[in-house]
Design a protein around this ligand. Structure first.
Ligand SMILES: *Cc1c(COP(=O)(O)O)cnc(C)c1O
Length: 844
C-alpha cells in the first residue's frame, strides 16, 4: 500500500494553484539557521526538536514584522474608524500553521524544513513539519465557544481589512490541562509560557496604571477617586495576520505588574522583604483564567480582572484617539471608535468611559453619556440565569467605589425614563433596574450593558428572538431599535484549510480557491451533488481523515478503533444543558440492544471529548459515568468492536482540529432554547459531518441552509419546552412508560456500570428523575428513533455522502467573515474590504 498523502502534501497541492510561490526557500533556510544560532544559541549537535520549532517560528515571524509595522502605519495615516473587541477570553490555539497559511508561506517552509538534515540517533533525518507543529503549546486563553469566537473574529477582522484590535488578559495559566485518573477528571496547571512565546512582543514602554479600592471625594469642580492602590498593566502584542492581504492587526493582552513602590509607601506593615514578597498580590490579577463556561462565579479576583482589562484598554483607546484628534473634539470619539463587549465580562467599560469623560475630561454628564452609548455595543451569549453576572454591591463598593456611584446615577436617569414612558408601572421599574434589591443587593451587568450600549445582539436568530421575547422583553419594548442578531461563525482558514486540507483540495478542484475568502461560493458545489467522481472524492477524504485520527488515537491514547465504524462525536464543554447525559442514555440503549441481539444501530465509535469546570460537581460525575460506561461496553466481547466509547482527555482547540475532520456524525443535542448558538456545530458541518440535533441555536439556521432533509432534527421545539414548563415536567412518566429508558436508568442506579460502588451515580439518577431542568427524558424516545434513522442512512454510503455535500454547500453562511461583515456594517459603521495593502519587502 502506498503511503497516503500527508496533510502537508495536500496543503502543498492546494496552495500551488493561484499562488505566487516566490518565497525563497534558500532565504528561509538561511534564516532558520541564523535563528538556531543567534536566537536560540544552539548548534545542531545539541539542538532539540523544540529548538527547531522555535527556529522555524522565529523565521516565520520575521515575515510578519514588515507587514505588521506597515499595517499600523497605514492606519495611522488613513485614520479609519477603529474597532475594539474587548474579551476576557481569546482561545487562539496554535499560531505557526495559521501564520504560514495566511502568509502563503507553507510550501516554502515545508521545503526548507524537510531539506534540513538533523542528527538523530538513527542517523540523519529530514525534519517533519507536522512533528514540529505539534511542539507548539496551545494558547488556551478561553473556556469554549465564547473565547474561540473571539479568536475566529480576529482572523476575520484582519482578513476583511478592518482597523481592529483584540484586547484581553495575558493569563499566565490558561485553561487547565485535564487528566483522567481512575475515570475521574483531575486538573493540572497549564504552564503554556514555560518555554517562552515566540509570537508575542512585550511593550513595557506602553505600561498603564490601573487603580483599585480607595474612596471618592466630591468637590465643586468634580469628583476625585483617591487613596487607591495601583497595579500596572503591561501590554504584550501578538500579530494577527489576515488571509493573504498583507494586513497584520494586533491582539494586545495585558499582564499585571506591581509598581516598584508597591506596599512600601502606604501599606508598609511587614517591612521591606514582606513588601517585595507581596508584589505577588498585585500580579495575581493576570495569573489564571477562571475555568467556568456559562457560569457566574462572584469572586473579587475575577471582578479585578474585568476592571483591569477595561481600565488599561480605555487608556490605550483614548491615547490613540488623541494622537489624531485634539482634546476638545471628544465629540468625534464615536465616529472614530467602536467598542464591542464580548458578553458582560468587559461591561465595566461603560462606567469607566463615563468616569474618564466626566471626572477627567470634565465633560457634562449628558455629553459623556451620549458618547458612551454611541461607542459601545454588547453581545449576549446566554440566557441561562446561572451564567448572568450579578455582582454584589458591597464587593463593588469596596473595589470600585467611584464606578458604583456612576452606576447609581446611570440607573437613576434610566429609571426616570422608564417611569416617564410607563407611568405607574412600578413592577416594571423593579424588573428593569440595574440594581437588584431583595436579599443581597447586586448590580445586574446585562442591564448595565443594554442601557449603556446602542446595539445589543444575540448570536443566532432563535437566540436573539428569545432575548426580545423573554429575558430582555422589558428593554426591547422600551428600545426596540437596539436589538439585533448576529449569527456566529467560524474562520474557514483554521476550520477547513488548516485542519482538513484534503477536503479543501477536493473542493478547490471543482470551484477554485476563492471560497477560502468568500465561503458562500461553496454553494457552487450543489452542481456536484450527483457527480460520481465528487461523491467518491469526498468519501475518500473522510475515510483518510478517519484513518489518520484512528492512528493518532492509537499512538497517543493506546485505544484501537474500527476505522470503518461511524465516527459519532460529541465534543464540547460539559454542561447539563448540553445534555451529554442524553448521549449516555443512547449509548446504554445501543449496548443493551446489542446484548439482546437487536441490531438496530450501525457499527459505532462514539467519541466524547469533554471538559468540566473544576467546581462543577455534576459535570465531573458525568465524566465518571461516561468512563464507567466505557469500561463496561469496550470490554464486553458480546459487543466486540461494534461499539466503542472513548472519552478523550484534554479537549482544546488543537484536539478539536484533529477530531472535527474525522467525524461522520455531530451531536448537537441541547434542550431547545438553551444553546445560544454553538460554533462546534458549524465546524462539523463545514467538514462533512451530518448533524443530529435539536432545533436550538444555530442548528435552526443550519437546517435552513442545508435543507431540512439533510439534517437529523429531533425533540421538542422551544414552544414545546415552554408548554411543558407551564404544565410541569414529570420525568417518572417517561421512566414508567418507556421500557428501554427504565432499563438504562435502573442499570445506572443499580451499579451495573460501577459494580464496586453501586450507588456511585445516585446523584445523577436523582437529578434525572427529580430535578432535571433540561428535560432529558422528554427527548429520549425521539432521539433514539432519530439515531435509528441515522444508522439506516449510514448503511447507504452514497445517500449519506450526498447529504454531506448538501451540508458543505450550505455551510457558507457560517463563515465568521459573514458575521464580521454584518457587525461592521450594522453595528460599527465601517466597511469591510477584500483589498490587499502593499506588501513590504520580506526579510532577506
Ligand atoms: C468550537 C469550540 C468550542 C465550542 O463548541 P460548542 O460545541 O459550540 O460548545 C469549544 N471548545 C473548543 C476548543 C472549540 O474549538
Amino acid at each position: 500500500m502506498s503511503k497516503p498523502l500527508s496533510d502537508h502534501d495536500k496543503r502543498k497541492q492546494i496552495s500551488v494553484r493561484g499562488l505566487a510561490g516566490v518565497e525563497n526557500v534558500t532565504d528561509l533556510k538561511t534564516n532558520f539557521n541564523r535563528h538556531l544560532h543567534f536566537t536560540l544559541v544552539k548548534d545542531r549537535n545539541v539542538a532539540t526538536r523544540r529548538d527547531y520549532y522555535f527556529a522555524l517560528a522565529n523565521t516565520v515571524r520575521d515575515h510578519l514584522v514588515g507587514r505588521w509595522i506597515r499595517t499600523q502605519q497605514h492606519y495611522y495615516e488613513k485614520d479609519p474608524k477603529r474597532v475594539y473587541y474587548l474579551s476576557l477570553e481569546f482561545y487562539m490555539g496554535r499560531t505557526l500553521q495559521n501564520t504560514m497559511v495566511n502568509l502563503a508561506l507553507e510550501n516554502a517552509c515545508d521545503e526548507a524544513v524537510e531539506s534540513n538534515q538533523i542528527y538523530d540517533p538513527e542517523g540523519f533525518l529530514g525534519l517533519d513539519m507536522e512533528e514540529l507543529e505539534d511542539i507548539e503549546e496551545d494558547a488556551g486563553l478561553g473556556n469554549g465557544g465564547l473565547g474561540r469566537l473571539a479568536a475566529c473574529f480576529l482572523d476575520s477582522m484582519a482578513s476583511l481589512g478592518l482597523a481592529a484590535y483584540g484586547y484581553g488578559i495575558r493569563y499566565e495559566f490558561g485553561i487547565f490541562n485535564q487528566k483522567i485518573v481512575n475515570g475521574w477528571q483531575v486538573e493540572e496547571a497549564d504552564d503554556w509560557l514555560r518555554y517562552g512565546n515566540p509570537w508575542e512582543k512585550a511593550r513595557p514602554e506602553y505600561m498603564r496604571p490601573v487603580h483599585f479600592y480607595g474612596r471618592t471625594e466630591h468637590h465643586p469642580d468634580g469628583v476625585k477617586w483617591v487613596d487607591t492602590q495601583v497595579v500596572l498593566a503591561l501590554p504584550y502584542d501578538t500579530p494577527v495576520p489576515g488571509y493573504r492581504n498583507n494586513v497584520v492587526n494586533t491582539m494586545r493582552l495585558w499582564s499585571a505588574k506591581a509598581p516598584c513602590e508597591f506596599n512600601l509607601k502606604d501599606f508598609n506593615v511587614g517591612g521591606y522583604i514582606q513588601a517585595v514578597l507581596d508584589r505577588n498580590l498585585a500580579e495575581n490579577i493576570s495569573r489564571v483564567l477562571y475555568p467556568n463556561d456559562n457560569f457566574f462565579e462572584g469572586k473579587e479576583l475575577r471582578l479585578k480582572q474585568e476592571y483591569f482589562v477595561v481600565a488599561a484598554t480605555l487608556q490605550d483607546i483614548i491615547r490613540r484617539f488623541k494622537v489624531s484628534n485634539t482634546e476638545p473634539c471628544l465629540s468625534l470619539f464615536c465616529p472614530q471608535v467602536a467598542i464591542q463587549l464580548n458578553d458582560t465580562h468587559p461591561a465595566l467599560a461603560i462606567p469607566e468611559l463615563m468616569r474618564v469623560l466626566v471626572d477627567e475630561e470634565k465633560l457634562p454628564w449628558d455629553k459623556a453619556w451620549d458618547i458612551t452609548v454611541r461607542t459601545c455595543a454588547y453581545t449576549n451569549h446566554t440566557v441561562l440565569p446561572e451564567a448572568l453576572e450579578r455582582w454584589p454591591i458591597d464587593l463593588f463598593q469596596n473595589l470600585l467605589p467611584r464606578h458604583l456611584e456612576i452606576i447609581y446615577e446611570i440607573n437613576r436617569r434610566h429609571l426616570e425614563r422608564v417611569a416617564s414612558l410607563f407611568p405607574g408601572d412600578t413592577d416594571r421599574m423593579r424588573r428593569m433596574s440595574l440594581i437588584e434589591e431583595g436579599g443581597i443587593k447586586r448590580v445586574n451587568m446585562a442591564h448595565l450593558c443594554i442601557v449603556g450600549a446602542h446595539a445589543v445582539n444575540g448570536v443566532a436568530r432563535i437566540h436573539s428572538d428569545i432575548l426580545k421575547a423573554t429575558v430582555f422583553k422589558d428593554f426591547y419594548e422600551m428600545d426596540p431599535h437596539k436589538f439585533q442578531n448576529k449569527t456566529n461563525g467560524i474562520t474557514p482558514r483554521r476550520w477547513l484549510v488548516m485542519c482538513n486540507p484534503g477536503l479543501a483540495e477536493v473542493i478547490a478542484e471543482r470551484i477554485g480557491e476563492d471560497f477560502i475568502r468568500d465561503l458562500d461560493q461553496l454553494k457552487k458545489l450543489l452542481k456536484f451533488v450527483n457527480d460520481e467522481a465528487f461523491i467518491r472524492d469526498v468519501a475518500k477524504v473522510k475515510q483518510e481523515n478517519k484513518l489518520k485520527f484512528a492512528t493518532h488515537l492509537e499512538e497517543h491514547y493506546k485505544v484501537k478503533i474500527n476505522p470503518n465504524s461511524m465516527f459519532d462525536i460529541q465534543v464540547k464543554r460539559i454542561h447539563e444543558y448540553k445534555r451529554q447525559l442524553l448521549n449516555c442514555l443512547h449509548i446504554i440503549t445501543f449496548y443493551n440492544r446489542e446484548c439482546s441481539h437487536f441490531y438496530s444501530f450501525v457499527t459505532d465509535f462514539m467519541l466524547l471529548l469533554l471538559q468540566a469546570a473544576p467546581g462543577y460537581h455534576t459535570a465531573k460525575m458525568i465524566i465518571r459515568l461516561i468512563t464507567a460506561i466505557g469500561e463496561v461496553v469496550n470490554n464486553d466481547p458480546v459487543v466486540g468492536d461494534r461499539l466503542k466509547v472513548i472519552f478523550l482527555e484534554n479537549y482544546r482547540v488543537t484536539l478539536a482540529e484533529k477530531a472535527v475532520p474525522a467525524a461522520d456524525l455531530s451531536e448537537q443535542i441541547s434542550t431547545a432554547g438553551t444553546e445560544a448558538s454553538g460554533t462546534g456545530n458549524m465546524k462539523f458541518m463545514l467538514n462533512g459531518a451530518l448533524t443530529i440535533g435539536t432545533m436550538d441555536g444555530a442548528n435552526v439556521e443550519m437546517a435552513e441552509e442545508a435543507g431540512e432533509d439533510n439534517i437529523f432534527i429531533f425533540g421538542m421545539r422551544v414552544e414545546d419546552v415552554e408548554a411543558m414548563d407551564k404544565k410541569g415536567y414529570n420525568a417518572s412518566e417517561y421512566y414508567n412508560r418507556i421500557p428501554e429508558l427504565k432499563q438504562a436508568i435502573d442499570q445506572i442506579a443499580g451499579g451495573f456500570f460501577s459494580p464496586k460502588q453501586p450507588d456511585l451515580f445516585k446523584d445523577i439518577v436523582n437529578l434525572l428523575m427529580h430535578h432535571d431542568r433540561f428535560k432529558v427524558f422528554a427527548d429520549y424516545e425521539d432521539y433514539i428513533k432519530c439515531q435509528e434513522k441515522v444508522s439506516a442512512l449510514y448503511k447507504k454510503p452514497k445517500e449519506w455522502v450526498k447529504k454531506v455535500i448538501y451540508n458543505i454547500a450550505g455551510s457558507g453562511k457560517f463563515s465568521s467573515d459573514r458575521t464580521i461583515s454584518q457587525y461592521a456594517r450594522e453595528i460599527w459603521g465601517v466597511e469591510p474590504s477584500l483589498e490587499k495593502i502593499a506588501a513590504p519587502d520580506d526579510p532577506k
